[in-house]
Ligand binder design. Structure first.
Ligand code: COA
Length: 177
C-alpha cells in the first residue's frame, strides 16, 4: 500500500532561499545549509513512501544531490523562499557513480521532469548504475531510456523481490529489462 498518495496534503515542500535556478540544482557539501536540509527532508519523503532507508548525508563528499525547484519559482529574488518539489542523490562508488534514490512530489510526476534531467546526469556521471529497489514507475522510466541492467542490479532487485514480493510497488526483473 502506498504511504503517500497524489492528493496527500501532509507533504510540506521544503523551502530554500530564492535565486536564479536551473532545474535540477546541484547540491554538494559546500551548498547552502537550507539546500542540504531540503534534500534531507525529501529523502525522508522517499523513505516514507518507498519503505526503504537510503541515507543522505550533508557532509559526505561522495554524494552529489540534485534539487528540483518549483518551476514557477526558478527566477525569484533572494528575499523569497521557494519550494522544492523533488530531489535525487548520486553516490560515488569505486566502480563509478550510482543513482541511489529519486523522489518527486506526486503532483509533479509524469510531467517529464526526470526525463528532462536525464541527459544532464549522463553527461556528468557517464553510464551510472541505479540502486534497487526499483519501483514500477522507475522501471518503466529506465526501460524508456534504454537503461542496461547490470548483474549486481539484478541480484539486488531479486533480493528485494524475495523478501518483499507482496509489495506491488516493486518492479519484476522482467519489467526492468
Ligand atoms: C519514478 C519517478 C522519479 C519518474 O520521474 P518522472 O519525472 O515522473 O518521469 P517522467 O515524467 O520523465 O516519465 C518518463 C517516462 O517514464 C515512464 N513512467 C514514469 N512514471 C510512470 C508510471 N507511474 N507508470 C508507468 N510509467 C511511468 C513512462 O514511460 C514515461 O514516459 P511517458 O510519459 O511518455 O509515458 C517519479 O515518478 C517518482 O518520483 N516516483 C516515486 C518515487 C520512485 O518511484 N522513485 C524511484 C525509486 S527506484
Amino acid at each position: 500500500m502506498l504511504a503517500i498518495y497524489p492528493d496527500a496534503t501532509d507533504i510540506i515542500c521544503p523551502l530554500i532561499r530564492g535565486g536564479q535556478f536551473h532545474n535540477p540544482v546541484r547540491i554538494t557539501t559546500t551548498s547552502l545549509n537550507c539546500e542540504k536540509k531540503a534534500v534531507c527532508d525529501i529523502n525522508h519523503f522517499f523513505s516514507k513512501e518507498i519503505g526503504c532507508m537510503l541515507q543522505y548525508s550533508e557532509t559526505d563528499p561522495n554524494q552529489v544531490a540534485f534539487l528540483w525547484i518549483h518551476p514557477e519559482a526558478r527566477d525569484s529574488s533572494k528575499e523569497f523562499q521557494v519550494p522544492c518539489i523533488g530531489a535525487c542523490c548520486f553516490y560515488r562508488q569505486e566502480s563509478g557513480y550510482e543513482l541511489q534514490w529519486v523522489w518527486l512530489h506526486p503532483y509533479w510526476r509524469g510531467r517529464g521532469l526526470l526525463s528532462e534531467a536525464w541527459p544532464k546526469f549522463i553527461s556528468e556521471f557517464g553510464e551510472f548504475d541505479v540502486e534497487p529497489p526499483i519501483t514500477k514507475a522507475m522501471a518503466a522510466f529506465l526501460k524508456k531510456h534504454g537503461f542496461k541492467m547490470t548483474e549486481r542490479f539484478k541480484h539486488t532487485q531479486r533480493m528485494f523481490l524475495r523478501y518483499d514480493s507482496f509489495d506491488s510497488r516493486w518492479a519484476s526483473l522482467e519489467s526492468c529489462r
